[in-house]
Design a protein around this ligand. Structure first.
Ligand code: HEC
Ligand code: HEC
Length: 324
């Protein structure tokens, strides 16, 4: 009897604690403070740098535009650049429905530069909601402040597009936990381009290669699997997995020369390349080849130098498994 009572007290205490901590998280706002007072001076140089990064490195435009998934690598549908509307939902393994937002003046003209900066680098929207981290603010916050400012300068030049996007819906308990994720930016200095390993590392962070080319568990990279491949993308036709891009000879890309690496990326920038339509039961690649293709050759070489500098991992990945 007595033990039962004690047990009852312990259980109800646990329940009360769980509820109150849930409430606490629920009412707590992401703790990154007010948007900074920032006024971006728009120069042609910044617009060009921002355009290059947003389209070919950080690939903001990849997510924030509609994509034609019936064609290899899902090229951006012409006329939807920056208008948002791509959905990350349960069918693709996400805990809810999260829509990429409209970055054109239709949505952002009422935002201050500081609010856009806070969203990109700390993960908090104008309305104070914590952005779901498929939006890679943690990575963008580790870029140089000047590069982020250049991206803002470029976004301000996008053509308005009247596309309205639904608000995100997250499942419990991700809806609560997500509020604890935003963090203030910790900018890094952009390394010199002549230091190709360091600069390559900077680009790899900006491009998010590690997010896909590692194993993921509940939205987190599994420690020790970085660049060794394994993230799964579920599609109606089956599952496609990101391969091992470490320099392991047997299971990674250790046998690729720098020239071959550059060629694989540049293939899709060739004016003779015609985007291939896929058969209905084929798997499409989420790797944004079409966008990375216009990265400069020297940037692609730096990425190769960086990948060559990290530890090779022995991990064989079956890239494509077709549903029967
Ligand atoms: C992998 C896809 C992806 C990439 C790449 C990406 N975003 Fe996002 N972004 C999203 C999604 C999804 C949201 C909505 C998240 C939410 O509301 O929880 C979002 C939200 C935002 C918001 C907040 C807008 C609003 O109305 O709330 C801004 C601003 C933004 N992104 C800018 C950028 C910029 C600039 C880049 C490139 C540096 C970028 N994004 C790269 C997917 C992405
Ligand atoms: C959105 C997820 C995603 C991102 C981001 C991504 N990749 Fe991939 N990548 C994949 C998938 C999936 C494949 C396998 C299918 C294919 O070959 O397209 C792949 C294939 C590759 C291959 C071909 C490897 C082989 O064995 O054939 C290389 C090389 C590569 N990625 C390098 C990179 C680099 C470098 C970056 C960052 C600049 C990057 N990826 C970013 C998902 C991604």
């Amino acid at each position: 009897m007595k033990t039962l009572k004690t047990l009852g007290i312990i259980i109800s205490t646990i329940i009360i604690l769980a509820i109150t901590s849930g409430l606490y998280v629920n009412f707590a706002k992401p703790d990154v403070g007010k948007a900074p007072d920032l006024k971006v001076k728009v120069t042609n140089e910044r617009i060009q740098r921002g355009k290059y990064l947003a389209n070919h490195v950080t690939v903001c435009m990849d997510c924030h535009s509609q994509r034609d998934w019936s064609t290899f690598s899902g090229p951006v549908v012409h006329g939807t650049e920056g208008a948002g509307g791509e959905v990350f939902d349960k069918k693709a393994g996400f805990p809810g429905s999260i829509y990429s937002t409209n970055l054109t003046p239709h949505s952002l003209s009422s935002w201050t530069d500081g609010e856009i900066y806070r969203a990109i680098t700390a993960g908090v929207g104008k309305d104070g909601h914590a952005l779901f981290p498929v939006m890679g603010y943690q990575r963008f916050g580790k870029m140089s402040k000047e590069d982020i400012i250049s991206i803002i300068a470029y976004i301000r030049t996008l053509q308005p597009n009247k596309n309205d996007v639904p608000s995100p819906q997250l499942d419990f308990p991700v809806s609560l936990l997500n509020k604890l994720s935003p963090r203030l930016a910790e900018h890094r200095i952009k390394p010199s381009e002549t230091d190709s390993i360091q600069y390559g590392g900077y680009l790899v962070n900006a491009a998010g290669c590690v997010d896909c080319h590692s194993k993921q568990d509940k939205g987190q990279i599994v420690k020790g699997t970085e660049f060794g491949g394994g993230m799964e993308f579920k599609q109606p036709a089956g599952i496609i997995r990101a391969p091992n891009i470490t320099m392991d000879n047997a299971t990674g890309i250790g046998r690729w020369t720098r020239e071959l690496f550059v060629k694989k990326f540049k293939l899709y920038a060739d004016t003779g390349y015609k985007p291939q339509r896929l058969a209905k039961n084929d798997l499409n690649t989420p790797m944004p080849w079409m966008m990375y293709a216009n990265m400069s050759e020297s940037d692609i070489k730096s990425i190769y130098a960086y990948l060559k500098s990290i530890e090779p991992k022995d991990n064989k990945v079956e890239v494509r498994s077709y549903a029967k």
